[in-house]
Design a protein around this ligand. Sequence first.
Ligand code: UD1
Ligand code: MG
Length: 444
Amino acid sequence: MTINTPNTPLAVLILAAGQGSRMKSSRPKVLHTIAGLPMISHVINTVKTLNPVHIIPILAPHMDEVIQAITPLKYVTQPKPLGTGDAVKCTLNKLKDFKGSVLVLCGDVPLITEATLSKLLATHEEHKYGITVLGMKPLDPSGYGRLIQQADGTLDRIVEHADATEKERSVSVCNSGVMVIDGNHIHKWIAQIENNNSQNEFYLVDLPLIAQKDQYTCGVVMGNVQELQGVNDRAQLAELENLWQAQKRNEIMKSGVTLQNPDTIYFSYDTKIGQDSLIGANTVFGTGVEIADHVEIKPFCHLEQVKIYSGGIIGPFARLRPGTILEKNAKIGNFVEIKNATLGENVKVNHLTYVGDADIGCGSNIGAGTITCNYDGKNKYRTTIGQDVFVGSNTVLIAPITLENGCYIGAGSTLSKDIPSDSLAVARSRTIIKENWAISKKET
Ligand code: UD1
Ligand code: MG
């Protein structure tokens, strides 16, 4: 399906002043995340692809965390939650000279797609509708506003569930909460909304009747119900997270990545994985992970803000924390934790190790049980390991420390001094052997 890009200038309003009390949370609802990104940011990212002139979120007073999340976007505050019509009214000052289409979205409907919005805007423009509403057919329509259509499919009115008659409630086409309004008339139409309904709220959904009085026809565009699902509680949040993950898994597999038991793998909104990489079951990608091609992640790994170059082999059971960079063909084995560290090409850290605040040069091998002691209880220090260094098992590196190129560290060493290149350092007590000691002990 080709969608014509609408030519009319676009302003986008994002309703987000609701309290979201059913989330039972101290955080505003729209800050709860899907795939590691606040719901409102999903909506903002999607609408940015439509190149709008304005994006105006509408917030309640004191939503400081939301303001931080949406910066540098300018927002408006709705002083009191008097209804969706009142929320839109609060933006009108910013739209004084705007002549175009005004798209109204909800900050708690995060999975809406660019394709659906383009279709809505194109239909609105093509038919020169006054208002065009995005409709949907949920399995259970109760609670939603119903779209009452004329015989020709145009929109007559929207009736809220609470205000609807039995006959109106039998209509299965519901209001998704998304609509486009002709910006040339929005000021005049919004001023006519009244609050004489069961909730005593100023309903945005009254606009179609108002526009028709002004001789404008209103339209309906149908959308996919999954995409238009809103979040009111934690169960719905989890549902949308699952939907998002399912889509992302498909997308990633289509791009040439093998997923082992895909349903157990969790991605973030910004996860990038190159072709022919293989991801093991039960792996979780936090935000900011970038993986090149031909990388293998074995099962049960957790990665966050990590960059892995081609040929890396990770896990099983590895934890790669923020600031980890693994250059080509690095190998990280089981029960290894890495943080804020750059590992050069062909570095191997195969077992039971913590590497934090470190740089390791190409070809170095870090033995099982090695620990970088990067923290003295107050400050953090770096460990620098050169190229082709061999660190024996169970080594403790007390940072700040440098192991120069090509040096060898004997197993079980605790090092607190820099080690020169190509030298051997052993820092453990010597082995003492007392022959026949056990026999003499038994005899006494
Ligand atoms: C609204 C629609 C309903 C539709 C449903 C879809 C109205 C009157 N009703 O109902 O037809 O089927 O969405 O989910 O529009 N908000 C503000 N300020 C307010 C009130 C609400 O910003 O004063 C925001 C909320 O944060 C939310 C959105 O507007 O993002 C919708 O408000 P909500 O109270 O959830 O409306 P519904 O009753 O769900
Ligand atoms: Mg709602």
